[in-house]
Design a protein around this ligand. Structure first.
Ligand SMILES: [Zn+2]
Length: 344
């Protein structure tokens, strides 16, 4: 029997895409991007593939701002072309360098979610700092204990490929203070000389660049202050992360309606109380980092479709195949770091 992907590959180009598109036309496809580079690799999308995608979108889809896409799907008038909205997470400078020029060229709006301490204070995102420490040929002088997990110097040396995901999966379930304590401990154990500000691979845009982009149809959204999972913080810390982010954006970029994005964006990161906080802070909507059958019915945990180098996966997202799979077969794209790297 054909798998779902094989079935799509077989019938997609022969009318399957168009049919899926018709069946899902009221559903705005919110695409999710993260990093960009000239040639791709290391989790970044190449400039060439991004341009291929944009050119395809220009021809076949209506690319709308998130606010417009959401009002369109509330309206009963069915559009000729399916609606796509572009969203980009985190606040890295490679967005300004590689994606923003193409947004201008194709006259596309987009939403760029930024972690405000990353942009405003020139500090590392915690998972990047961890990656930098691991990648810097580090060894640890004694075992590292994180809750019930033990990382011996031998384990550290022999599992460099999976160590980052392994540690992220554990640290995601912690408070900001605990995460920073582990990074301090690691800096001590490895004697790594961590640069004060992120290195070129990990640096953020500036407020001036954000102002320039905001004036050119890029809506700047909130992504908390420090990029900790809101599902694992105290009520007070969630409040500080959400309101602090909102106020910093208003102070630097002016008061306006903004959207929000949950860090890590998986079901465990999007609690009812965190959603309520985001809503009461005045954000217009909030997005998750996965899709499921609920689609965009809950405007404070809306489905998104991740975009990478695969043309096939891109087509499945934009033509609504993923949406149909979610509706008909309850498929979803939730992601658990712990399953990728089973904890010891
Ligand atoms: Zn993020």
């Amino acid at each position: 029997m054909l798998s779902f992907s094989e079935l799509v590959r077989t019938i997609g180009p022969y009318g399957g895409y168009k049919l899926a598109s018709k069946l899902t036309r009221s559903y705005p496809r919110i695409l999710m991007y993260h990093r960009f580079s000239m040639k791709g690799g290391s989790g970044s999308l190449s400039k060439g593939m991004l341009e291929r995608q944009f050119s395809y979108l220009k021809e076949n889809f209506d690319v709308l701002s998130l606010s417009d896409a959401l009002s369109e799907c509330d309206s009963p008038i069915s559009k000729k072309k399916p609606i796509v909205s572009l969203t980009i997470d985190d606040g890295y400078r490679d967005f300004y360098e590689f994606c923003f020029p193409l947004l201008k060229k194709y006259e596309f709006p987009a939403t760029f979610y930024v972690a405000t301490d990353f942009v405003g204070q020139g500090i590392w995102l915690w998972h990047d700092k961890l990656k930098w420490i691991i990648d810097s040929n580090s060894v640890i002088s004694e075992s590292l204990y994180i809750k019930e997990h033990k990382y011996t110097p031998e384990y550290w040396c022999n599992n460099k490929d999976t160590l980052w995901r392994d540690l992220v999966s554990v640290m995601l379930r912690m408070s900001g203070e605990e995460i920073e304590n582990i990074l301090d401990k690691l800096s001590f154990l490895t004697k790594a000389k961590i640069p004060e500000s992120p290195t070129a691979d990990y640096c953020s845009v500036s407020w001036a660049e954000l102002r320039e982009m905001q004036a050119a149809r890029v809506s700047i959204g909130g992504h908390t202050k420090s990029h900790y999972s809101l599902g694992h913080l105290s009520v007070g810390d969630v409040k500080s992360q959400v309101l602090g982010c909102r106020d910093h954006l208003s102070h630097e970029l002016g008061e306006q309606s903004r959207h929000f994005c949950f860090p890590n964006g998986q079901p465990a990161d999007i609690t009812g109380s965190a959603k309520a906080m985001v809503k009461s802070a005045g954000f217009e909507s909030a997005v998750a980092a996965y899709y499921d059958k609920s689609g965009v019915t809950d405007r404070f945990s809306m489905s998104r479709h991740g975009v990478g180098e695969s043309w096939f996966e891109f087509q499945k997202s934009v033509w609504g195949i993923d949406r149909l799979g979610a509706q008909l077969f309850n498929r979803n794209s939730t992601f658990d770091w712990g399953e990728v790297c089973p904890q010891k």
